[in-house]
Design a protein around this ligand. Structure first.
Ligand code: FES
Ligand SMILES: [Fe+2]
Length: 355
């Protein structure tokens, strides 16, 4: 007999995630210690045109591993951002440079991570060696979006659900819009933020304005290995994609594709472009949320489901923080799922408990 799964694969029978996943520091530590094994969004390649040295602060928050992406005009590389001398962080801010130089004692590396110079080491024997170069990590690009991980698994398999569905979008040409950057810290466990993202069930109760532009009855959730896609259908006359015939959704009035990929990546595609949300756990009851915006069609900004994202975010944060207090109560252990509206949450909980 195998172990009984914590989350029953049959949603009609299943109970939700036990509350210790949201409240116990040891459970939290165990789960986030595996985050480095997954692919994470790093940056859009357009962001590396001017600032060609980019530390990945969100990635470090997720995995505790400081990395930096470099672009020498020909090669893009993902390197360790840790100096091979005594371990100083080499670069804290995005910058434009032809080399990497440690601010502690001046060791330099080229943009491929190769050691090039170090003051006061003329008498050091057997120096430099390969160990003085910066370690390199996997880096893959999909339609201009760069992804990295500490432990390479098949990138093509991982990205194929997005490629098959929305590969037609000219994401390569989306332009980074600094004004859309947001960063929030909330008093809640990261998984509660993800739970809330993964269902449209709460839209009529929590998001009045969003409810006005989305067709709640036609809201759809699809699951795939490692992630969930939610599709928002526009109400009559509201902003929607002009889908090409090559799209599997051709003929539908799609207002938004909401992709979540384990653990904390949210890629929200709207007719105006892409909003990337990154959920970074800080501690068992504290989480950082980062927003980055990439604009495709400026005229569609501010319209439809992707209109007032700040308002929707505040409404969600209020719910998630209050839920953290609730799941911390001795009266709450776990609940049940709506078989019609919470398939995404159920899928997430199954992934989370099988890590
Ligand atoms: S730690 Fe980088 S040069 Fe000393
Ligand atoms: Fe919401």
């Amino acid at each position: 007999m195998g172990d009984i799964p914590i989350i029953d694969p049959d949603i009609t029978m299943a109970s939700t995630l036990p509350s210790k996943y949201y409240t116990e520091p040891t459970v939290f530590d165990q789960i986030i210690s595996k985050f480095g094994n997954h692919w994470h969004f790093a940056v859009h390649k357009n962001q590396l045109d001017r600032l060609n040295v980019m530390p990945l602060n969100d990635f470090e928050a997720l995995t505790k591993e400081p990395l930096v992406i470099t672009n020498d005009g020909t090669n893009l590389r993902c390197l360790s951002n840790v100096c091979t001398h005594r371990g100083m962080i080499i670069t804290n801010e995005p910058c434009s440079s032809n080399f990497l130089k440690c601010p502690y004692h001046g060791r330099t590396f080229d943009l491929n991570g190769k050691f090039t110079n170090m003051p006061e080491f003329g008498m050091a024997e057997n120096f430099p060696t390969m160990d003085d170069n910066l370690a390199e990590y996997p880096l893959e690009m999909w339609n201009g979006l760069l992804f990295t991980t500490l432990k390479a698994t098949s990138f093509q398999d991982w990205i194929s659900p997005l490629q098959d569905r929305i590969g037609w979008l000219p994401i390569n040409d989306f332009m980074y819009d600094k004004s859309r950057y947001r960063s929030y810290e909330i008093e809640a466990n990261w998984a509660l933020y993800v739970d809330n993202y993964l269902e449209g069930f709460h839209i009529p109760y929590v998001h009045n304005d969003l409810h006005g532009v989305l067709d709640y009855d036609d809201y759809r959730t699809e699951i795939f290995e490692g992630g969930v896609l939610q599709i928002g259908i526009a109400r009559e006359g509201e902003a929607c994609f002009d889908l090409p015939e090559s799209s599997p959704d051709y003929g539908q009035e799609i207002a938004a594709y909401y992709y979540w990929i384990f653990p904390g990546l949210m890629l929200n595609f709207y007719p105006w472009g892409l909003s990337v949300n990154i959920v970074s756990p800080i501690s068992v009851n504290r989480t950082k949320i980062t927003y980055q915006g990439y604009v495709w069609d400026e005229e569609k900004l501010g319209k439809g489901a992707g209109g007032d994202l700040d308002k929707v975010e505040m409404e969600d944060q209020f719910i998630v923080e209050a839920t953290q207090r609730g799941v911390s109560s001795s009266a709450y252990e776990r609940g049940r799922y709506s078989p019609t509206r919470e398939t995404g949450v159920h899928h997430f909980h199954r992934i989370l408990t099988s890590q």
